[in-house]
Every structure is written in structure tokens, then in C-alpha cells.
Design a protein around this ligand. Structure first.
Ligand SMILES: NC(=O)c1ccc[n+]([C@@H]2O[C@H](COP(=O)([O-])OP(=O)(O)OC[C@H]3O[C@@H](n4cnc5c(N)ncnc54)[C@H](OP(=O)(O)O)[C@@H]3O)[C@@H](O)[C@H]2O)c1
Length: 244
């Protein structure tokens, strides 16, 4: 097992919200963190605020919709003398909060899938060969209970209303990616899981959400630092398995 202090984590969309908090907590655990954001200025400012707290973080501009830059990532990491042991697929958009499926535009669906699914797909696919080679990897896909097919199809569930269809489709598909990649990677000490942070006070979650970013990040930190015999291919909330 690799020493925790020699590990490097890449967190997407870490300029604010849960991603920023995950980056902070990983760095506090002694892991070197590559923070990333699509907006260089916002990302660098956030990274600087953590550096000023004495935390070891690096910054990289990364738009998860930009396939070409994701494919160039191994080269950029090599140039900086970095590798990725832990990938947190956190960046996401919620574009269709109040829409219903019968009025969802193809444009909103495509844009949502591009960020929430194709980004994590390409990043995982790009970094997996390196994780396999070093026989170590942890991938955390920040999903949502909104993508739970079990909850969506249970009329008694509080999330069984049918708003945000593109977001739901994207998170359900992200969960399928988790299952498929986890199977692909299982022989290489690479553990890949989905998780729901709960309803968290961020720009996406809004100010009425009951959970703080610290609480929202807790399960991600646990999954990012799982021991070798930890779970893989699961969907978690509060460190407990939840139904797909
Ligand atoms: N908050 C909740 O209640 C809740 C509940 C369930 C699941 N989640 C999930 O938790 C994760 C974090 O959400 P949050 O609440 O922290 O949301 P947030 O405050 O809206 O943050 C989303 C982050 O994703 C980034 N992002 C969006 N598109 C991007 C792209 N193309 N490339 C790179 N970064 C991009 C945003 O960057 P910009 O600043 O540039 O827009 C921002 O940093 C998401 O996966 C979300 O679906 C949240």
C-alpha cells in the first residue's frame, strides 16, 4: 500500500462548493492535491486561499468538456512531474432544475451529459492505464440521489418528482460508468465508487440545504482514501451503500 503522504489527487471543479472542500480535506490529510477549474483566475484564487492556510495544493486549468485537453493531461502531468493516484470527478452542472422530460431541450441534455458524464468518462479512461501500471488508484464519482433509479421509480421517495430530467439522466449514467470502470479496474487495486453528498449548501444546492460542505465532502474523503480491501463499484451516502 502506498504511503498516504506520497499520494496525489486531482479534483475537478474545485474552485468552489463541495469540490473545494474535498480538495481542502484531502490536503489536510497530507495528500498533495491538484485543484482544477475551467476558469483559470477563479481556480488560482481558490488554490491560493488554501495555500495561504499552509496546505499543499497545485492548480491546473481543466474544463471537463474539453476532450482535447483531457487527452493531453498525461503529458501535462509528466511535464510537471506529477501523477494521479486519486481522481475525484466532482465538476457538474444542473441546467434543467425546473424542466420536465416533455419539455427538456436536446441542447440542455447534450450540455449536461458533456459535463456530468463524458468528462468523467474521458478523465477516468485517460488516467486508468497509469493507475493500472502502478497498481493503485481511487476514483470517486460525485453522483446524486437524483440519479437513483430505485428512488425515481418509488412514488413514496422524496426524490420521485420528475424535475431535472437531464441531471437525473446524467447522474444515473455516471453510476453505470462507476460499475463498468470498477469491473475493468478491479484486478489492479483500483477502487471506483459513486457517492451522493446529500443536499448541501452550495451554488447548486442553494441556501436552504441542510448540510454544510464539510458534511457533503465526508464520504468522498473516505472513498478517496480506502484501504486495499475497500469496496468498489458501489453507490454510497454517509459512508453506507444506497440503492442504484
Ligand atoms: N449541492 C448539492 O446539494 C448536491 C447534491 C447532490 C450531488 N451534488 C453533486 O456534487 C458535486 C459538486 O456540486 P456543488 O454543489 O459543489 O456545485 P457547485 O457549487 O455548482 O460547483 C460545481 C463546480 O463544477 C464546476 N464545473 C462546471 N462545469 C465545469 C466544467 N465544464 N469543467 C470544470 N468544472 C466545471 C463549477 O465551476 P464554475 O465555477 O466554473 O462554474 C464548480 O466549480 C456535483 O457533481 C453535484 O452534482 C451536489
Amino acid at each position: 500500500m502506498k504511503d498516504q503522504n506520497s499520494k496525489i489527487a486531482l479534483v475537478t471543479g474545485s474552485n468552489r462548493g463541495i469540490g473545494k472542500e474535498i480538495a481542502k480535506q484531502l490536503a489536510m490529510a497530507g495528500i498533495k492535491v491538484i485543484m482544477s477549474a475551467r476558469d483559470r483566475q477563479k481556480g488560482e484564487e481558490t488554490a491560493l486561499s488554501l495555500k495561504n492556510q499552509g496546505l499543499e495544493v497545485d492548480f491546473m486549468t481543466l474544463d471537463v468538456r474539453d476532450a482535447a485537453s483531457i487527452q493531453k493531461l498525461p503529458e501535462e502531468l509528466k511535464n510537471r512531474g506529477l501523477k494521479v493516484d486519486i481522481l475525484i470527478n466532482n465538476a457538474a452542472v444542473l441546467l434543467d432544475r425546473t424542466a420536465r422530460i416533455d419539455e427538456l431541450s436536446l441542447e440542455d441534455l447534450e450540455n449536461t451529459m458533456a459535463t456530468n458524464v463524458y468528462g468523467p468518462f474521458l478523465l477516468t479512461q485517460t488516467l486508468l492505464p497509469y493507475m493500472k501500471k502502478q497498481n493503485y488508484g481511487r476514483v470517486v464519482n460525485i453522483s446524486s440521489g437524483m440519479g437513483s433509479i430505485t428512488d425515481m421509480s418509488d412514488a413514496k421517495s422524496p426524490v420521485s418528482t420528475y424535475s431535472s430530467p437531464a441531471y437525473r439522466l446524467s447522474k444515473a449514467t455516471l453510476n453505470v460508468l462507476t460499475i463498468l470502470f470498477a469491473k475493468e479496474a478491479s484486478r489492479h487495486n483500483i477502487l471506483i465508487n459513486s457517492m451522493c453528498p446529500g443536499w448541501v449548501r452550495t451554488e447548486m444546492g442553494g441556501s436552504n440545504a441542510p448540510l454544510s460542505v464539510e458534511q457533503g465532502a465526508e464520504t468522498a474523503i473516505w472513498l478517496a482514501t480506502l484501504p486495499e480491501n475497500g469496496p468498489t463499484g458501489g453507490f454510497f451516502r454517509n459512508k453506507k451503500l444506497i440503492p442504484w
